[in-house]
Design a protein around this ligand. Structure first.
Ligand code: ACO
Length: 323
């Protein structure tokens, strides 16, 4: 049995940090409202001329360094993003070129906030099939570019950033005692499109558009979808909440994270939360949180880690891996 093992992680945040107080000078909101409803205290914003691919390259280089892998040994790059530099080519190809890689293949995956779980699952499938040996899986976003900065119901929630992992294919014994991605589960349902979408695009309006969201509706569906797809991961592995070392959810909102952990009876001490510092960075949020917890020594080799995300589409997914 071939298993995909995470060799290392990296992340990047743009230098500019925007606090709730600074936001309250631009729109009618307050630090108190934002913290109480979401847990978010600040978010990072990309500089003029700093693109999603730039953020991705920084995170990718850090992940390569922490893995001890040379860029030339990467034969697959999957970049999860809903905010590519251009309509085409895929920003993954720009990242590939910036890393000096001219072999193998690179493409983007678009599943909004679930993008990293979709990209990781896709890379795992390529590695297990033998089509690639070593993959860079990146989540990178510049949501600041698609926000309506006059809409206080959405602009306070999101931030820019990037995170990356290096995945390598290894022969394993085929039991859950092995390291690597043990299971992953992806779902989508387009019936929910209108609840969270961008009102522009090349084929519809020939504009980039802005993010639109029915926040309450998203909240209402989030916990149920998240817990359903985690139950799928538990069923597939025979693992349960008490077997986890770490729960690393998509960082949309502290209330959604806390409610999901509570419903699943996951010990709050096992939940990695970075939303307070990063805001919702969409596809970048899980690899940013993973990198934070790997670098501060929380996530160690052999640990069982549960990932989960839900986002526009709706799309949702989960993965369990042994670090
Ligand atoms: N500052 C101050 N007041 C605000 C703000 C703001 N930034 N935004 C909205 N309000 C006001 C509203 O106008 C409303 O006022 P009213 O009662 O006078 O009409 C009041 O606050 C309550 O608004 P609600 O939308 O009902 O507030 P709610 O408690 O639902 O919180 C929130 C809003 C935080 C968006 C919540 O619904 C939520 O977390 N939803 C999930 C959305 C999410 O996380 N999306 C991320 C993308 S999807 C994903 O990643 C899973």
């Amino acid at each position: 049995v071939i298993r995909s093992i995470i060799l290392g992680t990296g992340s990047y945040l743009p230098a500019k940090c925007l606090t709730n107080e600074e936001l309250a000078e631009k729109v009618d909101t307050s630090d108190e409202w934002i913290v109480q409803r979401t847990g978010i205290q600040q978010r990072h914003i990309a500089a003029d001329g700093e693109y999603t691919s730039d953020l991705a390259v920084h995170a990718a280089k850090a992940a390569l360094e922490s893995s001890g892998v040379d860029a030339q040994d990467i034969d697959l790059i999957i970049l999860a993003t809903a905010t590519p530099d251009n309509t085409f080519p895929a920003s993954a190809v720009t990242v590939q070129n910036a890393l000096g890689i001219h072999h193998g293949f690179a493409f983007d995956v678009q599943a909004v906030c679930s993008g990293f779980v979709f990209a990781l699952t896709t890379a795992d499938a390529y590695l297990r099939s033998g089509m690639a040996k070593r993959a860079l899986v990146i989540g990178a976003e510049t949501f600041s570019r698609i926000l309506d900065w006059e809409d206080r119901t959405t602009c306070v929630l999101f931030g820019d950033g990037a995170g990356a992992v290096v995945l390598e294919a290894h022969e394993g014994e085929g039991t859950v005692a092995d390291r690597g991605i043990l299971t992953s589960h992806l779902r989508s349902d387009g019936v929910h499109k209108e609840k969270l979408f961008v009102d522009g695009g090349p084929s519809s309006t020939q504009t980039t558009g802005h993010l639109r969201m029915e926040g309450r509706e998203v909240f209402k569906h989030a916990v149920g979808m998240i817990t359903d797809v985690i139950e799928d991961a538990y069923s597939a592995t025979g693992l349960a909440s008490e077997d986890l070392d770490w729960f690393i959810p998509h960082q949309a909102n502290k209330r959604i994270i806390d409610a999901s952990a509570k419903k699943l009876k996951i010990d709050p001490a096992k939940v990695v939360t970075t939303v307070q510092l990063h805001g919702n960075t969409s596809a970048a949020s899980i690899p940013l949180a993973l990198d934070t917890a790997a670098r501060d020594g929380r996530v160690k080799q052999g640990d069982v880690v549960l990932l989960e995300a839900m986002g526009g589409g709706f799309t949702w997914g989960s993965a369990i891996l042994r670090w």
